[in-house]
Design a protein around this ligand. Structure first.
Ligand code: ADP
Length: 161
């Protein structure tokens, strides 16, 4: 069985992540989305919310599962018996970090490969960070994130949290 791990912080999930997932789901028998508990980034949403939003967003894709993981991505990947880590590439700016990550993971376990899918052109500018910045300043994010995420984000910033 071709099993892929799609890891990330997903704070929150955007339609850019979903674009990668929809396309990857056709290439793999099964994909496990690993939502990172331990992130270098300070997250807006706690792990339960990040998992819940992702589960809801992919509920109609039958070969995708969502799980939280803590600790090292490679340990999570090994525990699932997966041999492929899927990552999305937006622009040249992603390249250096993603390249470094892929090489470090290769160093940790040589039998696991990182596979990159390039984003569809309409989502190249999209990141969880820019979404949060725009909502904070009352900008419109319709069509860029799942509806439940949009409602939750607007709710947080409306309250001024
Ligand atoms: P991380 O904190 O691990 O970078 P993210 O949640 O920011 O996690 O992103 C997870 C993966 O999705 C990364 O490989 C990232 O490059 C990719 N990604 C993020 N936004 C997009 C997008 N708009 N289009 C395609 N891939 C994306």
């Amino acid at each position: 069985m071709r099993l892929g791990i799609y890891p990330g912080t997903f704070d929150p999930v955007t339609n850019g992540h979903l674009d990668i997932l929809k396309r990857a789901s056709k290439l793999f028998d099964k994909i496990i989305i690993g939502v990172a508990v331990d992130s270098d980034k300070k997250t807006l949403f706690d792990i339960d919310h990040r998992v819940e939003f992702m589960k809801d967003a992919v509920k109609d894709i039958s070969n995708i599962e969502v799980e939280a993981f803590s600790g090292l991505l490679m340990h999570f990947t090994e525990s699932k018996g997966a041999k492929i880590i899927i990552r999305g590439l937006r622009a040249v700016s992603d390249f250096e970090y993603e390249f470094q990550l892929a090489l470090m993971n290769k160093n940790l376990n040589d039998s696991v490969e990182t596979m990159f899918l390039t984003t569809s052109s309409e989502y190249t500018f999209l990141s969880s960070t820019i979404i949060k910045s725009v909502v904070k300043l009352n900008g419109e994010i319709k069509g860029l994130v799942p509806e439940k995420v949009e409602i939750a984000l607007k709710d947080i910033y409306k309250k001024g949290d």
